[in-house]
Ligand binder design. Structure first.
Ligand SMILES: C[S@@+](CC[C@H](N)C(=O)[O-])C[C@H]1O[C@@H](n2cnc3c(N)ncnc32)[C@H](O)[C@@H]1O
Length: 204
């Protein structure tokens, strides 16, 4: 798949700090879809692991009954991150202006990006950074549904159906390099709820 610069443009190219200035204490997918995300985290993230919740908000979707050693969140809104009960620490960082992650190599046992990858203007750079920060064989769980803030999603995302989006994320990971065993999963709870799909990969 070849990309053009237009693929990564968005209708709203004002700085993301404007859009995310006000906290949104809402959930972006329904309860059944959130439960599907939580189940994936339960399956893939090791108990007592050090976990990165990238593009985080006031909820992490990590299972309540599983202990993690340390959970770090990166997002755009301080109030949302401060309200997130699972985060041990957090940082506001605009990944579209600063894709470099502020962590040493091999820092994390797992990472999640929930309903957010479509907002990255350079997802390949961020995914390359994530592979550097994850320990070898640590999982990355990227989940999404069929909803988004369309003005902030990249053009190529808006042009795809669900399978096209799965293939797109798969391609981002392949182009980023250093990811193995890339899997596409459909964990949609039922036709009556929000669909929930995932791309899972392991750091090299
Ligand atoms: C739809 S919300 C999803 C939040 C959370 N992951 C969840 O599952 O509820 C999108 C998230 O992406 C984050 N985000 C959007 N643009 C970002 C950027 N340029 N840099 C870092 N995070 C960003 C926002 O902070 C927001 O929390």
């Amino acid at each position: 798949m070849q990309f053009s610069p237009q693929d990564f443009q968005r209708w709203d190219e004002t700085p993301d700090e404007y859009f995310y200035e006000q906290p949104r204490m809402v959930t972006h997918i329904d309860d059944a879809a959130i439960a599907a995300v939580t189940q994936l985290y339960r399956e893939y993230f090791p108990t007592n692991g050090v976990i990165l919740d990238l593009m985080s908000s006031w909820v992490s979707h990590l299972p309540d009954d599983v202990a993690y050693k340390y959970v770090f969140g990166i997002g755009m809104n301080t109030a949302e991150l401060a309200a997130n009960p699972r985060l041990d620490d957090y940082r506001v960082q605009n990944l579209n202006t600063t894709p470099a992650l502020p962590f040493e190599e091999n820092s994390f046992d797992g990472a999640g990006i929930c309903v957010s990858i479509d907002y990255l203007k350079d997802p390949i750079a961020v995914l390359r950074e994530l592979s550097r920060c994850l320990k070898p064989a640590a999982p990355l769980v990227i989940t999404f549904s069929n909803r988004c803030f369309p003005t902030k999603a990249i053009n190529i995302w808006l042009q795809q159906d669900m399978q096209g989006r799965l293939d797109l994320v798969d391609t981002f990971l392949t182009k980023a390099g250093n990811w193995t065993d890339i899997q596409q999963l459909d964990r949609s709870p039922s036709p009556a709820t929000d669909p929930l799909v995932a791309v899972v990969a392991y750091a090299n």
